[in-house]
Design a protein around this ligand. Structure first.
Ligand code: ATP
Ligand code: MG
Length: 227
């Protein structure tokens, strides 16, 4: 049986807006096992980024529970066990593409950081951009480097927020195919928020969200237990 990486029960996340509370995530329960590939889809504002931040341990729920039984204590999750691709790439502006990918490896005290970072850039077809600063990159190039950075520590779970939003159709397909190939080889789970149904169709499950709730959390292709 596959290792359970994250499990959540009745997650809620509310944000104060003036006198009101915006409930961005409302009562979501789920499980993410090793090797699963999951797309989170739904209209803008439905709560995808909020949910991904909870899954990555970057944010805490207002109520409900999330645990990472297969990944260890919450303070050791990143960057070693969970790799994150932010909606806006979020590369460090003063560092080159290569240094951006090297950084999480160095934070984990990894050996051969530069060689490993170069290999990651090559795996995503952007080794020619190694010496560029983020301001010299197109949005799509930055997205590919952000994905290479997220996988550079060999995490067991990748959480990627619209990682192909600035790529054309062919570029998006190629990046997701490369990420899925990396996931198959490492046995890691991949969760992607996307507006692109072609990207979602490549994943083994699709979670559909609306107004912070799951409309449907797909069926596991290899497992039929709920959640
Ligand atoms: N830090 C915050 N403070 C206040 N409201 C927030 C905050 N983050 C998100 N929200 C609100 O929560 C809701 C869900 O936002 P979220 O960013 O999760 O949506 P999304 O599905 O990722 O949208 P998009 O597809 O545009 O990226 C929205 O109504 C948003 O305005
Ligand atoms: Mg979002």
């Amino acid at each position: 049986m596959a290792k359970t990486l994250a499990v959540a029960a009745d997650l809620w996340r509310g944000f104060q807006r003036g006198r009101d509370i915006v409930s961005a995530v409302q009562g979501c329960s789920f499980r993410i096992d090793a090797g699963e590939t999951i797309a989170i889809v739904g209209p803008s504002g439905c709560g995808k980024t909020t949910l991904l931040n909870l899954i990555a341990g970057l944010d805490r729920p207002s109520s409900g529970q999330i645990e990472w039984p297969g990944l260890g204590p919450p303070d050791t999750l990143r960057p070693e066990r969970i790799g994150v691709v932010f909606q806006s790439s979020n590369l460090m502006p003063a560092l080159t593409a290569l240094e951006n990918v090297e950084l999480p490896i160095l934070l984990c005290n990894g050996a051969d950081a530069e060689a490993r970072a170069l290999a990651m850039l090559a795996a995503f077809g952007v080794e020619n951009l190694a010496g560029k600063l983020p301001e010299q990159l197109s949005g799509g190039q930055a997205e590919r480097i952000a994905v290479a950075r997220a996988v550079s520590t060999n995490p067991q779970l990748i959480v990627a927020d619209e990682p192909t939003g600035q790529l054309d159709q062919a570029g998006a397909a190629l990046l997701v195919d490369r990420l899925l190939a990396w996931g198959r080889q490492s046995g890691s789970a991949i969760v992607i928020a996307t507006h692109d149904e072609r990207v979602a169709a490549k994943m083994s499950r699709v979670w559909r969200m609306r107004h912070g709730k799951f409309e449907n959390i797909g069926t596991r292709s290899k497992c039929t237990s709920p959640g």
